[in-house]
Ligand binder design. Structure first.
Ligand code: NDP
Length: 286
């Protein structure tokens, strides 16, 4: 890798790498190997969740790496079935235990459903007790984010939302900036959908910089100051996705990529009642 991963400062002063490694949909049996390879490639931010059912394997990889704890930034998330002020704290303890850690860097509410108010109060307590250096949310659309901020004490440090060239979230980012919430992207490569890797605009810009489409899309997020956590199980792609700190997209290229926005998700619609009901009811081994 050439070029150093840059960092952002969260609203409580905690520093977070702008690029990390996500482990959604990596089967438990493959996760330890994948995370070891990611750490070897230079990733220091890891993003998991109780609902991914692979926190134990992430923990084993962290332990095996020998990397000092203070050099790592570990995020996990609370699933909806464990929402509520008391159950959230118990679920936090279980996640920490599975990860083999004594504190987290970032703990997120995974979804804006169910008793996310009671859960947020639990996260506020965990943050005040120093058990997680920062707390945040995920999949909060602007209305719910504004409401949560208005009626609680601690402003979320991060909101992790689907963000990629086809769903750019500029208005969401403006609201987050106004409130000091760091924008974090999930699905930064659009999970490979909508012809992502063959998109003519991205292919053209990639050629001009002798970079790949993935690198252009990740660089575009970095230049927008959006934290990104691409997932791959292949070491060569892990290295490729991290190697975005030695080139710069011009304003004209950023403007061309801005034209790719469709303004909506092709992965999950968080306003669809059927999807909301499903997400609220699905159970994991948390
Ligand atoms: P991504 O946009 O990161 O896409 C991952 C896909 O792209 C995989 O199929 C991977 O295949 C492929 N890929 C990765 N790098 C390359 C490359 N350089 N060239 C070609 N193909 C590539 O999708 P994710 O949904 O995984 O999002 C990333 C992370 O965000 C997750 O792992 C998770 O941590 C988080 N997330 C959070 C959600 C939430 O609700 N908060 C929801 C979804 C994700 P392969 O592995 O074979 O390389």
């Amino acid at each position: 890798m050439t070029g150093q991963v840059s960092h952002v400062s969260l609203n409580n002063g905690v520093r977070m790498p702008i690029l990390g490694f996500g482990v959604f949909q990596i089967p438990d049996a493959q996760t330890q190997r994948a995370v070891e390879a990611a750490l070897e490639a230079g990733y220091r931010l890891l993003d998991t969740a109780a609902a991914y059912e692979n926190e134990r394997a992430v923990g084993r990889a962290i332990a095996a790496s020998g990397i000092p704890r203070e050099d790592l930034f570990i995020t996990t998330k609370l699933w909806v079935q464990d929402y509520g002020q008391d159950s959230a704290k118990r679920a936090f303890d279980r996640s920490l235990d599975r990860l083999g850690l004594d504190h987290l860097d970032l703990y997120l509410l995974h979804q804006p459903y169910g008793d996310y108010y009671g859960s947020w109060r639990a996260l506020e307590e965990l943050n005040r007790e120093g058990r997680t250096r920062a707390i945040g949310v995920s999949n909060f659309y602007p209305d719910r984010l504004a409401d949560l901020i208005t009626h609680n004490e601690i402003v979320p440090a991060v909101n992790q939302i689907e963000t990629h060239v086809f769903f750019q979230r500029a208005d969401d980012q403006k609201l987050m900036r106004d409130h000091g919430v760091q924008h974090e992207s999930w699905g930064p490569l659009a999970e490979g959908g909508q012809g992502f890797f063959d998109n003519p605009v991205l292919v053209d810009i990639a050629r001009a910089h002798d970079k790949s489409v993935a690198q252009v899309a990740l660089r575009w997020l970095v230049q927008r100051e959006v934290v990104a956590i691409p997932k791959s199980v292949r070491s060569e792609r892990m290295a490729e996705n991290l190697d975005v700190f030695d080139f710069q997209l011009a304003a004209e290229e950023m403007a061309r990529i801005a034209t790719l926005d469709t303004g909506s998700s092709h992965i999950v619609d968080h306003h669809d009642p059927e999807r909301v009901t499903w997400l609220g009811g699905v159970r994991f081994d948390t």
